[in-house]
Design a protein around this ligand. Structure first.
Ligand SMILES: NC(=O)c1ccc[n+]([C@@H]2O[C@H](COP(=O)([O-])OP(=O)(O)OC[C@H]3O[C@@H](n4cnc5c(N)ncnc54)[C@H](O)[C@@H]3O)[C@@H](O)[C@H]2O)c1
Length: 327
């Protein structure tokens, strides 16, 4: 049985614990700087809390790094020193320097280093991927993500989360857009240009952007856009691809759910499918962990690795920079 140590016992750690339990992975330790969080999770899943993360990592096969994105390097460095596989939540970091440091260090060690781009492991995404591979959609003309809803720092206490806490904050363009950028880039091709306007609604915390409008250009010539908001009173999302031979859209009445898949093809056929969106129950987290374990066992590349994570962060940074420059 493979053993992992969880570093960070907040909201996302619960999803990973559920997934790991279903996959038969032993959680040999849970570490958090906040022992209350670690204790609560450990009790729910019957796992030990550890006070020495280095010792715990040394005794496991892999580590799940689920801390806020600015608090990752010391755990990455430790896991690589002991040659342990790494699963790390997105975004990989806040600064590009941190991300590059991790990527460089990982290159020297023969371990898997997967980044949790959950969207890739949901049913709707997998159908679109298959249609693109089969040529059913043709070449990508346009790809888009429109995702709005109430989010952190909106209508609640500001400093009840690292997302809106000084010293941790990174804003939506880095945190949440990492999902959209990876979704678009992995389907429509590498982004070669990214420009945008970014806006925050919390005057006391200017680093906390919660509204973005971005324009993208893909390597293959397709164009793309991302509109996202964490301060919308209405929640909705629609994302899709307009291709030369067909178009597809995934949508849902929430910022996350994708319960409806619609497609039309040039030959007149169409698809309108209601997806059992079991995302809230953890479909994406289960499948991404299954993928991670399979890649470890079969020694095959994970696909969404630290290099992909660093590239996604670089695009978030480009959007932020262009907004600052007023382009
Ligand atoms: N893939 C997804 O769908 C998804 C969803 C939610 C969150 N996330 C990502 O997961 C990460 C964590 O988010 P969250 O929602 O779980 O946050 P959270 O605030 O709920 O949990 C973070 C936990 O990390 C702990 N922590 C902080 N600094 C630490 C340190 N230096 N060492 C050890 N523990 C530390 C905190 O005490 C807290 O328990 C973020 O990068 C976020 O973007 C991904």
């Amino acid at each position: 049985m493979l053993k992992t140590v969880l570093i960070g016992a907040g909201g996302i750690a619960w999803k990973h614990c559920e997934a790991l339990r279903k996959l038969g992975v032993e959680i040999s330790g849970i570490y958090d700087v906040n022992p209350v969080n670690a204790g609560r999770l450990a009790e729910a899943f019957g796992c030990p809390v550890v006070s020495d993360p280095v010792h715990a990592i040394a005794g496991a096969d892999m580590v799940h790094i689920l801390t806020p994105p600015s608090k990752r390097w010391e755990y990455v460095e430790c896991a690589l020193a002991y040659k342990k596989h790494i699963f790390m939540e997105k975004p990989v970091a806040i600064s590009l320097e941190d991300a590059q440091r991790m990527e460089l260090a990982a290159k020297a060690v023969p371990v898997q280093f997967m980044v949790g781009f959950t969207q890739r492991f949901r049913k709707g995404y997998r159908i679109i991927r298959e249609w693109l591979d089969q040529g059913r959609l043709g070449d990508v003309v346009q790809a888009y993500c429109f995702r709005i809803g109430p989010g952190p720092g909106f209508g609640g206490k500001l400093n009840d989360s690292w997302r809106t806490a000084e010293g941790y904050v990174c804003g939506m363009t880095i945190e949440s857009l990492s999902h959209d950028i990876d979704f678009l880039q992995s389907l429509a091709g590498r982004v070669i240009q990214a420009e945008g306007f970014v806006k925050g609604t919390v005057a006391s915390l200017p680093q906390f952007d919660n509204n973005v409008n971005a324009a993208l250009l893909f390597e293959g010539g397709g164009i793309g856009s991302i509109t996202a908001s964490w301060s919308s009173h209405i929640a909705f999302n629609a994302k899709g691809i307009i291709g030369t031979r067909g178009s597809v859209m995934l949508k849902g009445e929430d910022i996350w759910d994708s319960t409806c898949l619609t497609a039309k093809f040039e030959d007149g056929t169409s698809v309108c499918e209601s997806l059992d969106d079991i995302f809230q129950e953890g479909e994406g987290y289960l499948e991404e962990n299954r993928h991670f374990i399979t890649c470890i066992e079969k020694n095959i590349p994970v696909g969404c690795d630290i290099t992909v994570g660093r590239e996604v962060l670089a695009i978030s940074r480009k959007i932020l920079d262009s907004s600052i420059r007023g382009r």
